[in-house]
Ligand binder design. Sequence first.
Ligand code: NAD
Length: 484
Amino acid sequence: MTIVLKNFINGEWSRSRATEYLNVVNPATAKVLAKVPLSTAEEVDQAAQAAAAAFVNWRRTPAGDRIQYLFKLKTLLEENLEDLAGTITQECGKTLAESRGEMRRAIENVEVACGIPVLMQGYNSEDIARGIDEFMIRQPVGVAAAICPFNFPGMIPFWFMPYAIACGNTYLIKPSEKVPLTMQKIMHLLDQTGLPKGVVNLVNGARETVDAILDHPLIRAISFVGSTPVARYIYSRAATNGKRAQCQGGAKNPVIVLPDADIPMTTRIMADSAFGCAGQRCLAASVAITVGEARKTFTEAIAETAQSRIVGYGLDEQVQMGPVITAESLSRIEGLIQKGAEEGANILVDGRYPHISGYEQGYFIRPTILQNIDPTGEIARTEIFGPVLSLVHLETIDDAIALINRGPYGNMACLFTSSGAAARKFRYEAEAGNLGINIGVAAPMAFFPFSGWKDSFFGDLHAQGQQAVEFFTQTKVVVERWQE
Ligand code: NAD
């Protein structure tokens, strides 16, 4: 019998009154794992009301007491890491090693949020005038919500939720309807911490559920991660409704390979960046810009590495790359490869239509390399979100940086070199918010902001660390005089 997923509202698991359900599908086997409800506006309202009611006491709970629940959550996440990683692999397709890595970053965010008693401190000045003192204090904003994408079902809610509740807010999570199982399990763990009811609520759903969140007057802050068109939409609708919003969008991440780079190391790191998680990372390398001699050396090496990657079901430990998320996604990726060829690219390694023994129904594509793409064409600008690396050749680092800076996105850019001067120039001039130098996936640790720029981010305060604390608090300034 197919499992029907529930919502978690006001400390209780409840069956949704939705009339529509979607199948949650294992992308490696195409088997249905569960059914997810597309929850109604009424259910969003119940969750928001529960969170608002819980806020009254939660914000009065001392920060040092609030974080005790996070310490318990960290222990429970550690104890259940293998189970959670297995669930991520089943619903999302990535390898077990990738799923474990994802959960490690989730846990790291819990650890950082445990520092809230210090992180959310304000400041003060005595005697701003004779006998008058001034204080800045940080207070929680109220009820906040996260709307999450499919590609990191265990990690992305943790870019926000631990900070939000540690700061005294109450919370609502809307996971991706494609991968809702991981958050079901995490909510069970949160429940085991003894967290007061209503502090964190889970509402499953898709577009209409999101609109109900965006329009709900009790929800004061929205964190979104997903594609750029949706990020832009959510940012503007949230703003129209007077909410603060941080919306992380899509990407098209370029990587420059200079002739003085260590080519074996660059190739290993680049293959992991472009093909890891089947290219479905917002920090996946998408375009490699070779400069000078690197054209020959890097191209030969990456083609060989791409062909040798072991593709299959992520639950098999030796597998290095799993499937992409849906059949629609697979055919979109295949179509974009064709489009690249029509724009003049050479398909140097063609990973389309592979035979993966035992998983013939899965949504598989092997690593693919497009050589000599048109730098002004559609493929150079479109996020493929699959295991496809495009190669462009330019003569100088200046041309390469100029190409990067003409792109619409600014999520990540990387450089491979052994020159400190080239590295400094790149760090100074590249227009992206997360940079890697001899690094292929420049994913910020939990105590740094996840700093997308341009069409990769709408808002001003990013996820994680101190910026998350600022997002989830509002400042209050108090000027005081007491007559002696
Ligand atoms: P998506 O935009 O399709 O969906 C994200 C969320 O928005 C889901 O919860 C979905 O239910 C909801 N949604 C989708 N369409 C909507 C609509 N029209 N109105 C209201 N809500 C809507 O993204 P996805 O396919 O789940 O995730 C992949 C995308 O996320 C890629 O573009 C990737 O680059 C991006 N991403 C970005 C980051 C980052 O940090 N910048 C991180 C991870 C993923």
